[in-house]
Design a protein around this ligand. Sequence first.
Ligand code: ACO
Ligand code: V55
Length: 283
Amino acid sequence: MAIDLTKVDKNIVRLEYDKGVAWVTLNRPEKRNALNPAISLRMLEILDEVEADDRCGVMVLTGEGTAFSAGMDIKEYFRDMKDQPRIVNIKVRRLNWEWQWRRLRYFQKPTIAMVNGWCIGGAFLPMASCDIAIAAEDAQFTLSEVNFGILPAGNVPRAMAEMMPSRAALYYIMTGESFDGRKAAELGLVTEAVPREKLRERVRAIADVLLEKGPEVVKGAKDAFKRVQDLDWDTSEDYLISKQEQLWFIAGDEREQGFKQFLDDKTFKPGLGMYKRSPKKGA
Ligand code: ACO
Ligand code: V55
């Protein structure tokens, strides 16, 4: 067996907590953070841990070295799999999908992809699954699959269909041409592009804004947006009201305080910023 799905190399993804942020760093710089089964296992472990840890209010996903990630590991994910039983192939793909999409997309806490360098092929999916993506202006994005005889799979094109204009998506899917962080921002694939030396500072500032909000409120708002994209209008309207009522049930005090500070105390205006929250639970 070329791979052992029971062993997790902890160092392959680094986890550090700092003032409310969990920094999760793909740590395989010598392979440009190419995504292999070991990374899938470690990411699933980290996502479980971070979700339950009060030291994390916001999670940042980034890469060590010159790459965010060079996409699927062409050796471990493709070539080595040829000699494996089909069930191993299925398992490896499932682990990949599990962290890159199902777990990340609906993560309990806000997520930011900090795209520090190369973002290629399969790396588009975890990047797209994060709620916010901030790229270095000179980070390079490439759907390189057609350059070596495969097509973008793993639902990368599905994510592209949601995130960028069809003409642009099809162009990059078919030509395998690179585009930089600036272009990615222009196309709406990332939220924003900033000079490389400002990248960490900008991500930290966004994280600090998110950390001010009620965690259940932010989670509800993000899920609502992500879920309604696939719903018809009537179901969507009903879903949103249900979510709103659920939010009242689990975090009713947030809005009571907001209403009071605006309507009674006149100490804040919702259109201009965040109300003064009472000390966070568990902080
Ligand atoms: N899979 C496997 N190994 C990889 C990958 C990858 N996706 N990306 C980089 N590596 C390895 C290289 O083979 C090399 O290994 P070695 O040191 O053992 O020879 C090492 O990482 C360093 O890579 P270099 O190519 O030397 O680094 P450089 O900085 O010159 O180039 C670049 C970086 C442009 C990212 C280049 O490595 C590259 O094109 N990688 C492939 C990217 C790609 O096409 N990914 C899509 C995969 S398919 C998919 O995701 C669906
Ligand atoms: C690709 C990506 C995958 C996959 C198979 O884009 C192919 C290439 C993100 O996962 O499972």
